[in-house]
Design a protein around this ligand. Structure first.
Ligand code: SF4
Length: 197
């Protein structure tokens, strides 16, 4: 029984695999939203953001430990790291500029959590109420900007599809494989795919 469950999970992973990492349809119209690495489509935005996070995990602790950055310095730095993202989105910057802003955003995410941590430590250790205020502000800016930018991204992706000549077709070039995988997945759940015979 357990073996069977493990098998199903492996099949499910296989069914959705290309989309899980691409985060976009695999058609030509979304081709600049993905990198193709060894035949696999990888989400370009996520790739650059995680790259930035890796860099952030190295440099931000160094700034705190060795350059003695307190939460106010981190808070100021955060704006420089974060602002390129909304600017590049709303000013329709070139793709390479968006890539760089995504990398900065990745560093910014690490800076966000570091700022909150350092600010809260200062609050609890020294009764520094500004620390608490900064931690709350940073937290709300993070949540709010995440929601706004996700919505905007979703709106733009939808707009690309809606202006496509294939929009509304039961199977389009970008989602054809997805469509078939979805059918396969549903059949798998109903127990009549990947027959047991
Ligand atoms: S509708 Fe057009 S743009 Fe959207 S996924 Fe399908 S082929 Fe791509």
């Amino acid at each position: 029984m357990l073996k069977n469950k493990r098998n199903i999970k492996a099949e499910e992973r296989w069914l959705i695999y290309p989309y899980r990492w691409a985060h976009h349809p695999l058609c030509e119209k979304f081709s600049d939203h993905v990198y193709t690495i060894k035949g696999y489509k990888i989400c370009r935005g996520c790739f650059n953001m995680y790259l930035g996070m890796l860099v952030g995990m190295i440099i931000i602790p160094l700034l705190v430990l060795y350059a003695k950055f307190n939460y106010l310095y981190l808070f100021i730095l955060l704006w420089f790291l974060f602002l390129p993202t909304p600017l590049s989105v709303y000013l329709h910057a070139r793709r390479v500029v968006k890539d760089i802003s995504r990398q900065l955003l990745g560093i910014g995410i690490i800076t966000t959590f570091t700022t909150i941590t350092v600010a809260l430590i200062s609050f609890f250790k020294n009764k520094d109420y500004w620390g608490l205020v900064v931690a709350i502000i940073v937290f709300f800016i993070y949540v709010l900007s995440y929601k706004i930018l996700s919505k905007e991204r979703e709106r733009r992706n939808r707009a690309i599809c809606m202006s496509c000549e294939q929009y509304g077709l039961p199977k389009c070039e970008g989602l054809e494989s997805y469509y078939e995988r979805a059918i396969g997945l549903s059949a798998l759940r109903e127990g009549d795919a990947f027959g047991e015979e």
